[in-house]
Write a protein that binds this ligand. Structure first.
Ligand code: TXA
Ligand code: MG
Length: 312
């Protein structure tokens, strides 16, 4: 496996129906030509992902939106124009040609323009949509560095484009805009409040088990090490355990044996650091990873969501 920055080579590999892992501002994606069913199939094999889980198609500019989706509402256009390129995925009614591998046999498609120079250069050079789930095995933590992709997928992926550490660090906000009321299927660092602010109408959180969003499975984004969420008060009472503890408030712990990780109390920085921190801790084989619960404020929604899934 090569970690590289050769865009023409990556385009050549994709055109031949093979996979290229590439950076986005959220997490690294495992990309395939979204028009090529054989290439799409490889994504599911490498990730060991259930075949009916739909994929997000990444596009390079707004003009491509209507090539992949139909019946795009004014609200959908407004969100696309406001937040793209950026960490927002829109669920829209699919165009007739879109492969079942992309949609998981549903009538909808997830689309986004990522905000990362390498992803945009790749998409512009490729000239069409790239289906790309996060470049991890199904159910595991998404990779936020090229090295993490290599460790996660090994020789199954032959080409990784280098793009540094992902700035956002958690996956995009997913909004279903096929109906009258937008539904937030997966919280991300673009908050429901920001979306409401632009659309001037309320959004709805996802109903349990409604659409097939793998990120909505209860156990997901999980390290191998058993992981538990704990309130600050409870963490203070944990004595002398051979565990790792992630804290973001400035509590003083006299815990001698525990490995304390000081996380930021700024949600942006916390999100940026979270997956890398969990990956590093996973390698150290603690008995357990204990994570301090985070504030109820909306800015922490995406992080709270991932922590609950990582620990269930
Ligand atoms: O930030 C991200 O969104 C990253 C980067 C690489 O773009 N991608 C990502 O992909 O997180 P993935 O496959 O790991 O998660 C995408 C989620 C899945 O849970 C999938 O079920 C959901 O999007 N999804 C895709 N298309 C959908 C559709 N048509 N309807 C409902 N959910 C959909
Ligand atoms: Mg994923």
């Amino acid at each position: 496996m090569i970690i590289q920055n050769n865009i023409p080579k990556a385009v050549e590999i994709l055109t031949q129906g093979n996979l290229v892992a590439f950076p986005t501002e959220t997490v690294y994606g495992l990309g395939a030509d979204a028009r090529n069913p054989d290439a799409l199939r490889k994504i599911f094999l490498v990730k060991e992902r259930p075949m009916d889980h739909p994929l997000i198609v990444h596009i390079g500019d707004l003009t491509q939106l209507s090539k992949w989706a139909v019946e795009i509402s004014d609200a959908a256009w407004l969100l696309a124009k406001t937040f793209w390129p950026g960490p927002l995925t829109l669920i829209l009614k699919k165009a007739p040609h879109v492969s079942d591998w992309v949609t998981g046999n549903q009538q909808t498609i997830g689309l986004r323009i990522p905000n990362h120079p390498v992803a945009l250069a790749l998409l512009h050079a490729f000239g069409s949509g790239l289906a790309a789930p996060s470049a991890n095995k199904f159910g595991r933590i998404s990779p936020t560095t090229a090295q993490a992709v290599r460790e996660e997928l090994g020789e199954a992926v032959t080409y990784i484009l280098e793009g540094g550490a992902c700035e956002v660090g958690v996956e995009s906000t997913i909004v279903d805009v096929t109906g009258d009321t937008p539904i937030i299927l997966r919280p991300g660092m673009i908050s429901a409040k920001q979306i409401v602010g632009i659309l001037k109408k309320p959004t709805q959180p996802a109903k349990k088990n409604a659409p097939r969003v793998s990120g909505s499975l209860e156990s997901h984004y999980a390290p191998h090490t058993p992981t538990r969420l704990m309130t600050t008060e409870k963490i203070i009472t944990v004595k002398d355990l051979p565990v790792a503890i992630l804290i973001h408030s400035q509590i003083m712990l006299e815990n001698k044996k525990a490995h304390i990780v000081d996380m930021s109390n700024d949600p942006k920085q916390y999100a940026h650091d979270l997956y890398k921190t969990l990956r590093d801790l996973d390698k150290q084989h603690f008995e357990e990873i204990i994570i301090e619960t985070v504030p109820e404020d909306p800015e922490w929604d995406a992080i709270r969501d991932r922590l609950i899934r990582a620990s269930s």
